[in-house]
Design a protein. Structure first.
Length: 201
């Protein structure tokens, strides 16, 4: 599997898991959602808000770096958090609506990316104002890993509240196909293999 297909797979997995997480969480009352359970972001709702905050931050960072149509079109509604603990929504239904938009944007943008985009270098500042320069590909890996990390925290908090989210494995996602050959994928945007790596004739 090439790197671009991996990015798209992770975008799909991210959306699938968020849909399952919110469907499971929807049955809980507000008191349970807001209860401080000793997690880094306190509550179930606080952790879900943090995920929406960081996803918004990363999408804004990518948006400011290059002229990707999908990200530019989201400028009027994409949140602009100022801290990692911002509350983007006070209720679960509001946050779920935002979550769905963020995930749809992520999937659509991943489908717009071409192979060479992953090697692009962007400059951005973290919340402390420190400047960084990183390639898009590794940043996407970091971003998806961050999402998985905090969803894991949420599933633990839910389990403590008596709710089992069920199987969260990537290979359990409907439509997951680990056997599709790379040759069957669209390789029109993949640069040719360097001559030094070509097999002998």
């Amino acid at each position: 599997m090439d790197a671009l297909r991996h990015v798209r797979l992770m975008a799909d997995y991210n959306r699938w898991m968020n849909q399952r997480l919110y469907a499971t969480t929807a049955g809980l009352d507000t008191q349970v959602l807001r209860a401080d359970r000793g997690a880094f972001f306190g509550s179930i709702l606080g952790t879900l808000n943090h995920l929406a905050v960081t996803d918004s931050l990363w999408l804004r960072r990518f948006q400011s770096a290059f002229d990707w149509d999908r990200l530019r079109e989201a400028d009027d509604w994409l949140p602009r958090p100022t801290t990692l603990r911002d509350t983007l929504a006070d209720t679960l239904p509001e946050l779920q609506a935002l979550r769905a938009r963020l995930d749809a944007l992520t999937v659509a943008w991943s489908e717009e990316l071409i192979f060479n985009d992953l090697d692009r270098v962007i400059g951005y500042r973290n919340m402390a104002g420190e400047l960084f320069q990183r390639q898009v590909g590794p940043l996407l890996s970091h971003w998806f890993n961050h999402q998985t990390h905090h969803r894991g925290q949420v599933t633990t908090l839910l389990f403590q509240a008596g709710v089992d989210v069920g199987v969260t494995d990537l290979i359990a996602m409907p439509g997951f196909d680990p056997f599709t050959a790379v040759a069957d994928d669209d390789d029109s945007d993949i640069p040719p293999m360097p001559a030094s790596l070509m097999p002998p004739a």
